[in-house]
Ligand binder design. Structure first.
Ligand code: AMP
Length: 489
């Protein structure tokens, strides 16, 4: 493996001299400057080198690998209707359906003015339309491993002319247990090819995978793995299991959070929490593996359009999704895997904007999991007690329309072991309502946000809003981590 490359001096698309159809598509998307991963990877891929890239999602890595691959494939571009003239030349493998769909859409937008065809295949959908597309001939095939194997076995996908392979979100593919599938797929491919591997972190398993399938790769790292952005205000609250929902709602309300990701560890927990928050009047969607493909894509679209306030999701379903500018991330459950903490909170505080990451620890294994995170991010974590307002009882969250009361109107009994403020539970006169949620989404006024990197700024456009716009703190919560100020403890 070669040493990490030093950043290239070329950092604008104009200097890159992309072929006219690609340059036109890139200009239409509003990209001017290259992102760091693009500036470093594109020249290497254009030379046909294997690349091992450590890049978090949202870094622009899709364009980093697809633009140079498209540029190289233009040599094979043709307008023939014969499928034989459109063999699969580039294979892009991803762990989840949403990611596969997202990456395929991005590649299609980059290839829009070329004759190169791109399609996507993933599980949970009828194979027939996918088969028809494959049979028509396609140069770029984006796929999840399981469904691709189905198509290989059905002889719908012939991969003997593949010249380029991209293993995207490779660490997640290994986490999900796709290694045997990947090995089978790679055994169907020609040995002479360019292979690119992207992963959020370079674990020993990833290095082994790269060692087996990449040829003397160039290593590119654009952000230190396992680093949490210093712009993210992180809190860990000690909250009883039964109080987590109320705490979540309280923080959303108090801080005027317009949109947030809420991570849970199980599909069942995900569905239950989403239902419960929906009953609370928060526009909520769930994203987990048991949802149909159609439901998942609809949830995502609704969130992107700003119609959904809380997207409750599992790690697998949410990993790598192109949703930026989320003002807050909640770890309703502490992740089992400390690296997932980094991925989860990487959704907020991007591009120098401020973000909020709140984690609820409720006992059981949580202390050990928090200790693992502490070790990974190399920052001291202090558990804060969560304080509910005195006139709001805590304990079991309401299960129905009426807030803070039993069906017969009696207030619920606060659980002693989770009481934090003392005093007995009293029923408030009316359910609290924050007018913020009744208002349509508003973009921030210019100057509200920290300066974004030029590559982000160029594509933001007038409609895009910076992250900090949605956080309107009403009450100062003590920041746990203030990286610039040494801790007094
Ligand atoms: P990715 O990490 O590939 O999912 O890309 C994240 C987002 O960044 C996508 O919405 C891209 O459209 C956008 N993007 C990629 N490259 C650039 C660029 N050079 N300038 C502006 N936006 C970009």
């Amino acid at each position: 493996m070669t040493e990490p490359v030093t950043p290239s001096r070329i950092d604008s698309f104009a200097q890159l001299q992309l072929a006219a159809p690609l340059a036109k598509a890139v200009a239409e998307l509003g990209y001017e400057s290259m992102t760091p991963i693009q500036a470093q990877a594109i020249p290497q891929v254009l030379q046909g080198l294997d690349v091992m890239g450590a890049a978090q999602t949202g870094t622009g890595k899709t364009a980093a690998f697809s633009l140079p691959l498209l540029q190289r494939m233009l040599a094979h571009e043709n307008t023939s209707t014969s499928p034989a003239r459109h063999p699969v030349r580039a294979l892009v493998l991803l762990p989840t359906r949403e990611l596969a769909d997202q990456v395929a859409q991005a590649i299609k937008s980059y290839a829009k003015y070329t004759q190169l065809r791109c399609t996507v295949v993933f599980g949970g959908m009828d194979m027939k339309p996918q088969t028809a597309e494959l049979k028509r001939g396609v140069e770029i095939l984006v796929a999840t491993p399981g469904r691709l194997l189905d198509h290989i076995e059905a002889k719908n996908a012939v991969l003997n002319q593949v010249e380029y392979v991209v293993l995207d979100e490779a660490d997640r593919m290994l986490d999900i247990g796709f290694l045997p599938d990947l090995q089978r797929i790679l055994s169907h491919l020609p040995k002479t090819r360019t292979t690119l591997l992207f992963s959020a972190t370079f674990s020993p398993e990833i290095r082994r995978l790269a060692g087996s399938y990449l040829q003397d790769p160039v290593t590119i790292e654009v952000a230190r793995p396992n680093e949490t952005a210093s712009t993210v205000e992180q809190h860990f609250y000690s909250v009883g299991e039964d109080d987590k929902r109320r705490a979540l709602k309280q923080i959303v309300r108090d801080r005027g959070i317009g949109q947030a990701f809420v991570f849970v560890n199980s599909k069942l927990g995900c569905a239950r929490l989403a239902r419960s928050m929906e009953r609370e009047g928060l526009k909520t969607s769930a994203l987990h593996g048991d949802k149909s493909q159609d439901e998942r894509l609809k949830s995502l679209d609704a969130f992107k359009r700003g119609e959904v306030e809380l997207l409750v999701c599992t790690d697998v379903a949410a990993r790598g999704l192109d949703i930026k500018d989320v003002p807050a991330v909640f770890n309703f459950d502490i992740p089992f895997n400390a690296e997932d903490y980094v991925h989860r909170i990487g959704r907020t505080g991007r591009a120098g904007a401020s973000g909020l990451a709140v984690s609820f620890a409720s006992g059981g294994n949580d202390a050990r999991l928090v200790a693992d995170i502490e070790k990974l991010i190399k920052k001291k974590i202090e558990l804060e007690p969560f304080a509910f307002p005195e006139n709001e009882p805590h304990g079991r969250f309401n299960q129905g329309r009426r807030l803070y009361e039993h069906e017969d109107g009696r207030p619920p009994r606060a659980r002693d072991d989770q009481r934090s403020g003392g005093g007995s539970a009293r029923r408030p006169a009316a359910a609290p309502r924050d007018p913020f949620f009744d208002q349509p989404y508003e973009a921030a006024a210019p100057g509200d946000t920290a300066v974004a990197p030029s590559w982000e700024a160029s594509a933001r456009g007038a409609a895009r809003s910076p992250v900090s716009a949605n956080i309107k703190p009403k009450r100062k919560l003590a920041a746990l981590f203030k990286p610039e100020v040494p801790s007094s403890s």
